[in-house]
Design a protein around this ligand. Structure first.
Ligand code: FAD
Length: 401
């Protein structure tokens, strides 16, 4: 297949967001070099233990992955649709969001991050316009004459009219671009891992809000869930150092017995929670996508869904530029992408903070929750809340845009 440009677009970082961007740009007829420092597992063994990192994938992301031809590859590995979301707090607030209220088959899918990445890579490997380099960029010359020169650890030197940073929260590309970030540390960690449960999860995500932070049970398979257990940062080491029996007791208590006794399967791991917003998502002949541009509190599972919306906006921006014969690395072209995404990402970041505040242990928030209890039972309200989670409508973009 012939490429539209003589020089490839270079994407640094082949995680879920970078690899899907590579596929989306190849779909436009662009040639791409994808640079990833770590090996990617094929994840075909359905009997293998569940991986630690799991994401709740909403409808806009599902639509993108279908359009990119990735969804059947996920189905060939493993995923589980969830149909309901149960939310409760320590003071008796309870609500249930149900896919049936929306006349939808489900509210989203729970999928291991490694499975999503493996599925994208398996499609990418068939794509003649994509060159995959397992390497690290060791130097990037200043952008000059509308190009970047990237030297890779395997000795390759690549000249590109557009450099894309998809290299995660600690992005090297962002540092090359000299872009500042505002950073908010929540002083909280999220402990993740796989557990078996005493009671059936009924394909429901269970979330219990405690004074210390939420505890979530995300269904993976029969009587098997992934946990997201939020603890303050000064408690995390002590919690991880408990033996399996003590961990089982502590997490069962933190879950308020929503699914009875919980038993950890394998190791737990903890991630510090930090909100990051980059001042600009674009520079000259370069831009940032996914966690390289923004991170947020994961309690409503929005991070990679925002990254996939970045990919949709990027594809649309470059498609417009190609149709108008504009240079794809031109900062004025790339600003369209920034305008489409930065405000929306900030809106979702702030709504996560609003959710944190609403479930915090403060008298005003507690009073509001009690007031909200009867309202939250109304089907119309449930439908609106579910629809926002389902389609990512908060962000104002869908895969069809
Ligand atoms: C506890 C927790 C739970 C979460 N749950 C959810 C959820 O339910 N739903 C959701 O949508 N989001 C969730 N998130 C957020 C989600 O995990 C992230 O938003 C997502 O992983 C970001 O993907 P990414 O591809 O942008 O970055 P990353 O996953 O960080 O990928 C970056 C890639 O770049 C590579 N790389 C880095 N530097 C270089 C370099 N110099 N050279 C070459 N390669 C490089 C890395 O090896 C990696 O493969 C959660 C986050 C946390 C912490």
């Amino acid at each position: 297949m012939n490429s539209l440009q003589s020089e490839p677009i270079v994407i640094i970082g082949g995680g879920m967001v970078g690899a899907s961007a590579a596929l989306a740009l190849c779909q436009l007829g662009c040639s791409v070099v994808l640079v990833e420092s770590n090996p990617v597992d094929d994840c075909r063994d359905q009997q293998a233990p569940y991986r630690l990192r799991v994401s709740a994938i909403q409808r806009s992301s599902e639509q993108l992955l279908k359009r990119l031809g990735v969804w059947p590859e996920i189905a060939a590995r493993r995923s589980l649709p969830f149909t309901r979301m149960h939310i409760q707090d320590e003071n008796g607030f309870r609500t249930l969001l149900d896919a049936q209220d929306l006349h939808e088959p489900n509210l989203g899918h729970l999928i291991e991050n490694d499975v999503i990445t493996a599925a994208i890579w398996s499609v990418l490997k068939q794509q003649p316009l994509c060159q995959i380099e397992q390497a690290t960029p060791i130097a990037a010359a200043q952008e000059a004459d509308g190009h970047w020169r990237v030297t890779l650890s395997n000795g390759q030197l690549i000249r590109t009219p557009l450099l894309i940073g998809a290299d995660g929260a600690n992005s090297q590309v962002r540092r090359w671009l000299g872009l500042e970030q505002s950073i908010h540390d929540y002083h909280q960690h999220c402990i993740v891992g796989t557990v078996t449960t005493e009671r059936d999860h009924q394909q429901t995500c269970w979330q219990h809000y405690r004074d210390e932070g939420p505890f979530a049970l995300l269904p993976l398979a029969e009587k098997t869930c992934s946990i997201a257990w939020y603890v303050s940062s000064n408690q995390v080491e002590q919690t991880l150092s408990l033996n399996a029996e003590q961990q089982s007791q502590a997490m069962t208590q933190a879950s308020a017995l929503m699914l009875g006794q919980l038993t950890p399967v394998g190791q737990l791991a903890a991630f510090p929670l930090v909100k990051r917003q980059t001042e600009h998502y674009v520079g000259r002949n370069a831009l940032l996508i996914g966690d390289a541009a923004h991170t947020l509190h994961p309690q409503a599972g929005q991070g990679v869904n925002l990254g996939f919306l970045d990919v949709i906006a990027l594809q649309k921006t470059l498609q417009n530029a190609i149709e108008r014969c504009q240079p794809i690395g031109d900062e004025r072209v790339l600003k369209h992408y920034e305008r489409a995404r930065k405000h929306d990402a900030a809106l979702v970041q702030n709504s996560m903070d609003g959710l944190n505040w609403l479930f915090a242990n403060q008298p005003i928030a507690k009073g509001l929750r009690q007031l909200a209890q009867p309202v939250s039972q109304l089907n119309s309200v449930k439908a609106i809340v579910s629809a926002q989670g389902l389609y990512g409508r908060l962000t104002g973009l869908s895969a069809n845009d």
